[in-house]
Write a protein that binds this ligand. Structure first.
Ligand SMILES: Cc1cc2nc3c(=O)[nH]c(=O)nc-3n(C[C@H](O)[C@H](O)[C@H](O)COP(=O)(O)OP(=O)(O)OC[C@H]3O[C@@H](n4cnc5c(N)ncnc54)[C@H](O)[C@@H]3O)c2cc1C
Length: 375
């Protein structure tokens, strides 16, 4: 069987690597290399990193992360150290190593600077260095990111998205092995801001439903803690869209994976681990693409459901609620030890105990409504 994978980002390379046991695979990537332009903070769990060690080397490793400081809008904070640790990777190296690994496989043909344009029956029209060409395929996998052309050509619905904006700049982190998460209405209308430390710099960003540049400026210039620790101008600026929920991503001999399918953690915007699980599932179920969709959603559906509930809570909580939560959280750090960053359902195990600590009935009602009832 011949499979055309459109997109040589992490989802496309991982899909091809898992399909190559069963099919001859061609990856078309429109850019001269993978990982360009960078739209990522590079934070992945150590579980994810150790599973990907078959494909990537420590050359992409920039930092190791022990946990997170969660900051309320007044600058007060609580330290969370969960079950999972994390690493920060350099996506330019990470993505190119994945694509190179795919190119080394006998059954995978990688074509860079080649753009998928359209389809006619089982022939795909691509435009590469030698002009236009028709590629014959039996199945096509769209791994071409959130603005997927494959999804458009085949009429798949598009996932709802949030907007992200991130800078890298000199920064004095509270601890160089802890990420910082910033909550409050001045830093996002529905999500949070973050800083991922990299020695004497950090990737500092926000995710919001609109106007991310305003929230990012607020964070860098007005936040009571962050603004005092930003030490220099911007070294790098990235913007991007983050899908919030998977769509129905398989039909006939066409399937989507990664951001094209909306496969990110709804409560953090992190995509890579969920793409890896999708690629494994695709490899296991191929050529039955409907089974790929069903089995992936069976494995991950509950995690998406819980992730959406956590994300819902961000919009319900006020600045005062966050200040209160930090105070309460300071006495309950041991509950965080049970959380895993890839698994929002791990929160469900601790949430009844946490709600008991909430003396404010309005706050406990918000937690109960969002997390337990999904309202
Ligand atoms: C600011 C920001 C920060 C983030 N931080 C994190 C994080 O810390 N951790 C994490 O896990 N995730 C993070 N994410 C999400 C993560 O970056 C994405 O989930 C991930 O990059 C998606 O991978 P992908 O392979 O699906 O798509 P992409 O990485 O977008 O790759 C798609 C590829 O397809 C190619 N392509 C597109 N159209 C065509 C075409 N027509 N023909 C040929 N090739 C084509 C593109 O050139 C590209 O190489 C972040 C996202 C943003 C925006």
């Amino acid at each position: 069987m011949r499979v055309l994978v459109v997109g040589g980002g992490p989802a496309g390379s991982l899909a091809a690597l898992h399909l190559a046991e069963k099919a001859d695979v061609t990856i078309v990537e429109e850019h001269p290399s993978a990982g360009f332009p960078v739209q990522c903070a590079g934070l992945i769990s150590d579980t994810c990193y150790s599973e990907l060690r078959n494909y990537v080397s420590d050359r992409c490793l920039l930092n190791r992360i022990e946990g997170a400081f969660v900051l309320a809008p007044d600058g007060s904070y609580v330290e969370l150290k969960g079950r999972s640790k994390a690493v920060v990777v350099e996506r330019k190296i990470f993505d190119s190593e994945l694509l190179r690994k795919a190119a080394e496989m006998d059954r995978i043909d990688v074509r860079i600077k080649t753009r998928f344009m359209n389809c006619n029956g089982k022939k795909a029209l691509v435009r590469g260095m030698n002009g236009e060409e028709l590629l014959q395929y039996d199945a096509i996998i769209g791994a071409d990111g959130v603005a997927s052309t494959v999804a458009k050509v085949f009429g798949f619905p598009r996932p709802r998205t949030l907007l992200a904006m991130q800078v890298e700049c000199r920064f004095e982190a509270m601890d160089e092995h802890m990420v910082e998460l910033y909550f409050g209405k001045d830093y996002s209308d529905c999500f949070f801001g973050y800083a991922v430390p990299l020695g004497d710099t950090a990737r500092i960003g926000v995710v919001a439903s609109e106007n991310p540049q305003q929230y990012l400026m607020n964070l860098l210039e007005k936040h009571p803690s962050v603004s005092k620790r930003v030490k220099g101008g911007v070294i790098e600026l990235n913007t991007g869209a983050i899908p919030v929920k998977p769509i129905n991503f398989a039909r006939g001999n066409v399937a989507l994976i990664g951001d094209a399918a909306g496969m990110v953690k709804p409560y953090t915007g992190g995509g890579i681990y969920y793409h890896y699980i999708a690629a494994q599932t695709l490899g296991e179920t191929f050529p039955d693409l409907d089974a790929y969709r069903r089995i992936y959603m069976k494995k991950m559906g509950y995690e998406y459901k819980m992730g959406e509930r956590i994300a819902r809570l961000y919009s319900l909580l006020t600045d005062d609620d966050y200040v209160n939560l930090v105070k309460i959280g300071k006495g309950a750090e041991e509950l965080a030890a049970e959380l895993h960053m890839d698994s929002p359902s791990s929160l469900l195990k601790v949430i009844p105990r946490f709600i008991r600590l909430l003396t404010n009935p309005r706050l406990s009602a918000k937690f109960g409504r969002a997390l337990l009832m999904g309202l």
